[in-house]
Design a binder for this molecule. Structure first.
Ligand code: SF4
Ligand code: SF4
Length: 345
């Protein structure tokens, strides 16, 4: 077998259910389900429940690894004795099936923040170690997608262990990591891929890429963003209501708050999502708030993604998924914000 074909295999569509149900015997699988039209990751109990003709999840995979509200520990408020985290760890590991390449890339950014650096987050890290990511290449991007402008693509592999591409009558499967190779190596439903299969995939990907219409030039942005007091900050926020929806739907936003609460003699420490778009986000106990208005809060959101992430991780913490555009109640389009900043004198 030629070297470039080594990690590829083919799954005929008539064998898909058998392939999927074999994985179900060994793993908990979470993916897009027919019951909610693929809006978010759900536990899948049968291949028949899976929905693969969706555009993208409404909620990204971050919810699975970094829940909106997560109990980290429980305690007895009268004695102060801390109890183990109230979560049963299943004997089976997890497969996250069918997320788009942009969301897999976003998980790799979460890894940089919560797993690969110091201090390491044990709650996130444990879930990531137990999980295998099987992504699904995009054949038909949404008009709001601009992954190509931010270093991602319809078939990006970063963050995935395995990537699937739907060809006409079969799936092309590529193992990206050792974890992916290990999972696929005993599956009898897979057959070797040929050069014609790769050619078909390349043609489909070229067609999908031609559907990405965004031409924002994110690389040129950093220099503009180095000017903290630039005049464009006076205008780019003007439509914003400060609802925080953009950050909640964003697959890379990861700010959180911690609260200890006591109810009926039981205490728990919870972690909940926070948002830089909220007025209380950086309110000090003294009453001082370094980000008192929409202007400073929008500046924080843009700088965190496009400037600080580059300085700290050499990455742009936006994968161009378009969720913030689709879900913003006032149609504030981050591509237009970027364009306005780029065009500012
Ligand atoms: S979703 Fe729109 S209105 Fe709400 S905080 Fe984000 S940019 Fe502002
Ligand atoms: S900023 Fe918007 S387009 Fe970029 S990753 Fe977040 S939700 Fe997606």
């Amino acid at each position: 077998m030629k070297k470039e074909l080594e990690n590829y295999s083919i799954l005929n569509k008539e064998d898909f259910n058998k392939f999927f149900n074999t994985l179900l015997g060994k793993y908990n699988i979470f993916g897009p389900s027919k019951s909610d039209k693929g809006d978010k990751l759900n536990k899948i109990n049968s291949a028949d429940d899976l929905m693969l003709d969706y555009k993208n999840f409404k909620m990204s995979a971050k919810e699975f690894f970094f829940p909106q509200c997560e109990t980290l520990l429980a305690f007895d408020p009268s004695t102060g004795i801390v109890k183990n985290r109230s979560e049963d760890v299943d004997a089976k590991n997890d497969i996250i099936f069918g997320i788009r390449p942009c969301d897999a890339l976003a998980l790799s950014f979460f890894d940089r923040v919560f797993k690969d650096g110091a201090p390491q987050d044990p709650y996130y890290t444990e879930k990531r170690h137990r999980s295998t990511i099987i992504s699904l290449a995009c054949l038909e991007p949404e008009p709001t997608c601009f992954c190509n402008a931010v270093g991602c693509d319809v078939d990006s592999e970063t963050g995935a262990d395995i990537i699937l591409t739907q060809l006409n009558s079969r799936y092309l499967i590529k193992s990206v990591t050792e974890k992916g190779i290990e999972i696929l190596k005993h599956l009898k439903t897979l057959i070797p891929a040929t050069e014609d299969d790769i050619k078909e995939k390349d043609e489909l990907m070229a067609k999908a890429k031609s559907g990405l219409k965004s031409n924002v030039e994110v690389k040129a942005l950093k220099k503009k963003l180095d000017d903290f007091d630039a005049s464009f900050w006076q205008t780019v926020h003007q439509k914003c209501l400060g609802c925080g929806v953009c950050t909640y739907f964003c697959p890379t936003c990861h700010c959180f708050d911690m609260t200890d609460e006591v109810c009926n003699n039981t205490g728990r420490r919870i972690r909940t999502w926070d948002s830089c778009m909220f007025p209380l986000f950086t309110l000090h106990a003294s009453g001082h708030n370094p980000r008192p208005s929409y202007k400073e809060r929008m500046r924080q959101r843009i700088l965190h993604k496009f400037n600080y992430a580059q300085e700290n991780y050499n990455e742009i913490f936006c994968v161009g998924c378009g969720r913030c555009i689709i879900n913003c109640p006032v149609n504030l389009d981050i591509r237009k914000v970027i364009q306005e900043i780029l065009e500012a004198k």
